[in-house]
Ligand binder design. Structure first.
Ligand code: RP5
Length: 163
């Protein structure tokens, strides 16, 4: 099936974080394309990838990067597709650098910024599915089921000492 989500990241070292986006998309049966595309090390590839994203049939792009995390913003500069940015937790500054680099976009070029680390990556995958679900009623139902199950799991074990 044609992948409608592009899951890209600045380095192979980002995969440990970004695989959380893949995890929820696998669960919700949404196909995605994965690739390392670096804003700093492969800038021409990043521009070409972003410019071709619409014609390749992608509907959403998830971009993860750490440190001076220009990737999501630079991708957004080259495409009208919605870009979800995931700040990867850096060693030096614990991801605050990544977060601010991704969140503080100038007016007129939008990036939807998620939380630092695995929770942010998971939610980026979930949000991409929710965007696609507007045009896919079966996917919408799978998301409803996921949310219901999550709620039931919390309600069924209210004792915090219980595993
Ligand atoms: C960023 O630099 C990447 O997104 C990664 O989070 C960070 C470190 O990259 P490596 O030195 O591990 O390749 O571009």
């Amino acid at each position: 099936m044609q992948a409608k989500v592009a899951l890209i990241m600045g380095s192979k070292s980002d995969w440990a974080t970004m695989e959380s986006a893949a995890e929820i998309m696998d669960l919700l049966k949404v196909p995605y394309h994965v690739e390392v595309v670096s804003a700093h090390r492969t800038p021409v590839k990043l521009a070409e990838f972003s410019e071709q994203a619409v014609s390749r049939g992608f509907k959403v792009i998830i971009g993860g990067a750490g440190g001076a995390a220009h990737l999501p913003g630079m991708v957004a500069a080259h495409t009208r597709l919605p870009v979800l940015g995931v700040p990867v937790q850096s060693k030096a500054l614990n991801g605050m650098d990544s977060l601010l680099s991704i969140a503080q976009m100038p007016k007129g070029v939008a990036v939807g910024t998620l939380a630092i680390g695995n929770a942010g990556a998971f939610n980026a995958g979930l949000l991409a599915c929710q965007i696609l679900a507007n045009e896919d009623s079966e996917l919408a139902q799978r998301i409803e089921n996921f949310r219901k199950q999550q709620t039931e799991t919390v309600l069924s074990k209210p004792d915090p000492r219980e595993v």
